[in-house]
Design a protein around this ligand. Structure first.
Ligand code: 11C
Length: 343
């Protein structure tokens, strides 16, 4: 027997990726609903190769009898509708930042802290930010070996993080450049085509951006509250796939061979590190893939126990849709979700 699954925000970039991921992984589904805001009602979205779903209106959608709702509609919408779905008995896996730091809402990356799912008392589980997910998947095996004290990370984040509109803006500006069209700037603070923008999300009081703050607080909640993290998050003219240059300081002396072996064994990580021209993974190569790819692994000789590496991952996939679906799969494996029809 399968589950009744609702995908909320089904017409967005992440919602469509969730539908694709559920179909590809043959998630055990008895019935699936595509749900979105009133203005998308009646639109059609694909589920797998053969099925087309008519989008239903979130305002009037009744979650009673639905087992799992995968939400990615934007923070304000999740704030309003996720508690309503949870109150109806549906397990909500929310992709927005709205609930992430609430103490009674687990923030989960299945390869890192699956047992946190057992504390989902409110029926809401938060999916972390994409830039955090790919980094903690790579950090976990290293933390288990040498105990991380501090992480310094610079990100190179794709425009897909700003949704379909972000991708459209890069496309339009890049095309316009060759025909002398002035760039139209709407989704980003400056021209993104042929440029890098050191701001993702709004500024906080301490001068960090909210994206940078998320990387700090989410890493601590998921992996270890004692880890210090400083991030500089940069938007780059890449359509899909976030990259990160990660510098890590450990409590204990590092051993490169052990670090390599642990990364090779770790769930969710692919170590591709050849130390020759092109012997590393770039964002273009990780699109549509599941892993967090680690390359350029080396000792950082400028601190006592340091390692540096490069990490790329598909931000719509492991960074959002796949991680959310894996949370649902892990909850099923841990017997934390049963089909409503069975209870
Ligand atoms: C970006 N990381 O690349 C953001 C998108 O908190 O889920 C995801 C925002 C979030 O713009």
């Amino acid at each position: 027997m399968g589950y009744r699954v609702a995908v909320v925000g089904a017409t967005g970039a992440v919602g469509r990726e969730i539908l694709k991921t559920l179909a590809e992984r043959a998630f055990p589904i008895d019935e699936i609903a595509a749900v979105a805001s009133a203005r998308s009602t009646g639109q059609e979205v694909s589920f797998g190769d053969r099925k087309v779903l008519k989008v239903q209106n979130l305002d009037t959608f009744d979650f009673t009898g639905w087992d799992i709702a995968l939400f990615s509609p934007g923070g304000a919408v999740s704030a309003k509708h996720a508690p309503r779905a949870a109150a109806a008995g549906c397990i909500v896996i929310d992709n927005t930042s709205h609930f992430r730091m609430e103490p009674d809402v687990p923030l989960v990356v299945p390869e890192v802290n699956p047992n946190a799912l057992k504390k989902a008392r409110r029926g809401i589980i938060a999916n972390p930010n994409c830039s955090t997910i790919q980094m903690v998947v790579a950090l976990k095996p290293l933390h288990d070996l040498f105990t991380i004290r501090r992480v310094v990370v610079a990100t190179y984040q794709a425009v897909a993080g700003a949704g379909k509109e972000g991708m459209d803006e890069l496309f339009a500006q890049a095309k316009g450049f060759f025909v002398n069209d002035p760039p139209k700037i709407e989704q980003f603070t400056k021209q993104i085509a042929f440029n890098c923008i050191p701001q993702i999300d709004r500024f906080m009081d301490d001068g960090a951006t909210k994206e940078e703050w998320k990387m700090t607080v989410e890493t601590r909640k998921i992996l270890d509250p004692d880890i210090a993290v400083i991030a500089t998050c940069v938007r780059v003219p890449v359509f899909i796939g976030h990259s990160e240059a990660v510098h890590v300081e450990f409590e204990e002396p590092v051993d490169l061979a052990r670090a390599r072996a642990a990364l090779r064994e770790a769930d969710g990580v692919i170590l591709h590190d050849e130390r020759e021209d092109g012997g590393y993974v770039t964002p273009l190569e990780c699109v549509g893939e599941d892993a967090s790819y680690v390359s350029r692994l080396r000792v950082d000789p400028t601190v006592p126990n340091g390692l540096a590496f490069w990490c790329v991952s598909d931000n719509l996939r492991k960074g959002a849709a796949l991680n959310a679906v894996q949370i649902a799969e892990t909850m099923i494996a841990l017997d934390l979700i049963r089909p409503a029809a069975k209870v």
